[in-house]
Unconditional design. Sequence first.
Length: 264
Amino acid sequence: MQLLRNLGDMTRLLILRETSTRHHAVQRTIADALGMTVQGASEYLRSMERERLIQVVDGEYRPTIEGVRVLHERFRELREFVNRTSRDLAIIEVTAAFAGNRIDRGQRVGLFMEGGDLVAYSGRDSPSTGRAAEAADKGVDLPVTNLQGIVDLHPGRITLLRMPAIADGGSRAVESPRVRKALRRSRADVIAALDVPAKALAERVRLRLDIRLGVIPSVIEAAERGLSVAVIVPEDRVASVVAAIEDANERLVDKIAYQTVPIA
């Protein structure tokens, strides 16, 4: 957000708020309220007077009509930004994890992502930790609270196995050995098929599909959780899958790597 990146604009906004809610006859009280030097406050006030955002009325600094408009507009933008960001950064107070070993109630645990699932271990260091709210044996789910840090996680790779579209022969135009060879090279943890021709091909070569429905978001989520994914995609659907991966990468610091491999 431009307002947060620009210190000068934020200072102007704070001055507008201060002068609209409190009485200030001298620059020093404004400077003290905002933790500024008097010289710094003076420079801002002179600039804002030139921009017709601030005026002196009855011996006090007050916002002009334009200043009030700017104040409300910027706070509206800031409120929308905070609301939108808060939805994306929901604070998690308790999470579920598999117990990686025997864990006692109240024990501090390290959190790890294994096979796409969150796993808690007692006695193991991790950048992400929590406290077990219940006792659990290995393999049992348990609630973890007092969460701290971020789980060490790197996205997996997505391999798009490109097959002919139905208009070009679909699954009938693909030789089974090429499919299995491409899958071995992808070293995929998860196999998916996007639509009917892809599912028909998987059935013909006797592949067990891990993802059959909601394929695109499921494939992206699996990759975000550190799993390598191979997805069979007809040629006419490749562009839409790539676009979805690129959209996901827009919000990720550690991007999902992907490649396309023809299998016909």
